[in-house]
Design a protein around this ligand. Structure first.
Ligand code: CP
Ligand code: NVA
Length: 330
């Protein structure tokens, strides 16, 4: 059956079939080729989109902006705190106002319910640029990057290390399950994804010939993995007070050379970024001073190694976001 996602929201990968995800990945590949060749692709000339950010961003914001301009669109950016949304105007009212002016709305914020409400009332496609629960545009970039490196997705062994019950852990588990990848969350029990989401992922994986497993054991969880993935230990919106307990919990799950050596010999290292791999950031320096650890979720050695594909992932954010905008608006 031909795939058509025109007019659809992009709120979480759970809402998309493997065939629809495949279509978006193929489209992104085509956009990457055009960008690299300098082939113009202003297919959405005259359309207008708005980017609403209630949390900070580098990659997601810039990807939406550049993708929008490359497609010939006009782009409005509203930074955290510069609109009425949430404070003086409800999400539902904001959605109905913006839906009258714009052809599409990107939203980065806190609870997933907020972006779902926005989508319910907007009347135009809404794209989730990250919530506390899911980060679906990041998933397309990650799948695209893995496919570029290995030539296929099905059957890969993927290990996520760290805070597995956050937006990245949840989303990667679903993305892998959808695409027939063997997913392992290697984390302390307290930070495993929610039980109901694990069950959902297992049902999806049963259909795609993938698998889903949880382990606290680093040696077992990373053995022969094709991909080792991690994320920051404390996410946007979490209070500073959790740093201490999170560091204690996650220190054993830091990605270092020992982890990479235990993985497959051609394993790659992935991270959505930003990353605390040295003390060249204010938070990194502050944590080093307070807790005596100069590197957190990944060592600088692994981050800077040949196995690290983190900047390919970052570039692919733009190509995949362009595919989502185009496919839902064209
Ligand atoms: N990976 C990611 O979403 O990065 P930003 O927070 O910079 O958008
Ligand atoms: N888990 C991180 C992802 C950043 C892209 C956060 O929410 O801050």
């Amino acid at each position: 059956m031909p795939v058509n996602v025109r007019g659809r929201n992009f709120l979480k990968l759970l809402d998309y079939t493997p065939a629809e995800i495949r279509y978006l990945l193929d489209l992104a590949k085509e956009f990457k080729r055009m960008k690299r060749n300098g082939t113009p692709h202003r297919y959405l000339e005259g359309k207008n989109i708005v980017l609403l950010f209630e949390k900070t961003s580098t990659r997601t914001r810039c990807s939406f902006e550049v993708a929008g301009y490359d497609l010939g669109m006009n782009v409005t950016y509203l930074d955290p705190g510069s609109s009425q949304m949430g404070k003086k105007e409800s999400i539902a009212d904001t959605a109905r106002v913006l839906g009258r002016m714009y052809d599409g709305i990107e939203y980065r914020g806190f609870d997933q319910n907020l972006v779902e409400t926005l989508a319910k009332y907007a009347g135009v496609p809404v794209w989730n640029g990250l919530t506390d629960q899911f980060h679906p545009t990041q998933m397309l970039a990650d799948l695209m990057t893995m496919e570029e490196k290995f030539g296929h997705l099905k059957g890969l062994h993927f290990t996520y290390m760290g805070d597995a019950r956050n937006n990245m852990g949840n989303s990667l588990m679903i993305a892998c399950a959808k695409m027939g990848i063997h997913f392992t969350a290697c984390a302390p029990k307290e930070l495993f994804p929610a039980e109901n989401l694990i069950e959902t992922a297992k049902c999806i994986a049963a259909e795609s010939q993938g698998s889903v497993r949880m382990t606290e054991d680093v040696e077992e969880g990373t053995r022969d993995a094709d991909v080792i993935y991690t994320d920051i230990w404390v996410s946007m919106g979490e209070p500073d007070e959790v740093w201490n307990s999170r560091i204690q919990l996650l220190k054993p799950y830091q990605v270092d050379t020992k982890v990479m050596e235990n993985a497959s010999s051609d394993a790659i290292f992935m991270h959505c970024l930003p990353s605390f791999h040295d003390t060249n950031t204010t938070i990194g320096a502050d944590i080093a001073e307070k807790f005596g650890i100069p590197e957190m979720e990944v060592t600088d050695e692994v981050f800077e190694s040949k196995q690290s594909v983190v900047f390919d992932e970052a570039e692919n954010r733009m190509h995949t976001i362009k595919a989502v905008i185009y496919a839902t608006l064209c």
